[in-house]
Design a protein around this ligand. Structure first.
Ligand code: MN
Length: 253
């Protein structure tokens, strides 16, 4: 399977700076988005550090090992997921260290949602409320659970998804890198096939553009056109937050 990808981040229309960051590495088949929080320059520093550390750890591991397991063999996935998890833990530690060391950066943190493509599987590692989606046969499916107060209330059956969308607390996240020395990341593996698209995005997109509209954009679009359209749509609808989208299309050639 071939990969075509495109990625873009945009400040949006209301925020003075862009605290989102992204990673697009077609050689490693590694993609990520991060949404930083924290005063001063903290958010920007945390999200940039998260994606840079992820890339560095995965790059080093790829150089050190033969990365061509036989098709359909799953044990390697477990090792790669552990490696992603280790990269998340490393990024978390580095952000905590910097926040403790540099006055003004205390309290900075970031989401991080990453996908590593291996043959016919996507390996996903995730902390926070940025998202990974699978678009297949016209249908958009969220692959990550938001680590937010309202999403946890929805999963517990306490409020409905519609109530969550209107809640003033919808931006309060329950997990992030840089907050605690221990961070719990979610990992999953999902089968992918030719014709699938993957979308990674920050909440600046999903706050403005609902799943149905995202699906309409992805249908029949090349990744580069799709990321442009998604960011334009979010801005047309207000652009209240920084917006980041990474689109990966799996094609025959
Ligand atoms: Mn955001």
């Amino acid at each position: 399977m071939m990969i075509r990808s495109a990625a873009k981040t945009d400040k949006g229309r209301k925020r003075p700076q862009n605290e989102d960051a992204l990673l697009r590495d077609d050689r490693l088949r590694l993609y990520a988005v991060a949404d930083g929080v924290g005063g001063h320059e903290g958010g920007e520093i945390a999200s940039a550090r998260a994606v840079a550390t992820l890339a560095r750890v995965m790059q080093g591991a790829s150089a050190a090992s033969d990365d061509t397991p036989p098709q359909g063999v799953a044990p390697g996935d477990r090792a790669k997921l552990s490696l992603l998890q280790a990269a998340f833990a490393r990024a978390n530690g580095e952000i905590c260290d910097e926040a403790a060391r540099v006055p003004g950066l205390a309290g900075m943190g970031t989401t991080l949602t990453a996908v590593l493509l291996r043959k016919d599987r996507a390996l996903i590692c995730h902390v926070g409320d940025s998202r990974a989606y699978l678009f297949r046969a016209g249908e958009l499916r969220q692959l990550t659970d938001d680590h937010s107060v309202v999403a946890e209330q929805v999963r517990a059956g306490k409020i409905t998804a519609e109530e969550a969308k209107r809640s003033p607390h919808r931006h309060v996240i329950t997990r992030a890198l840089g907050i605690d020395r221990e961070v719990e990341s979610d990992e999953r593996t999902t089968p992918v096939r030719e014709g699938d698209m993957l979308l990674l995005c920050t909440d600046g997109l999903t706050e403005m553009v609902d799943d149905a509209a995202i699906a309409r954009v992805l249908a029949g679009s090349h990744p580069a056109a799709a990321v442009d359209r998604l960011i334009n749509l979010a801005n047309e609808r207000g652009g209240v937050d920084n917006i980041t989208a990474v689109v990966i299309a799996l094609t025959a050639r």
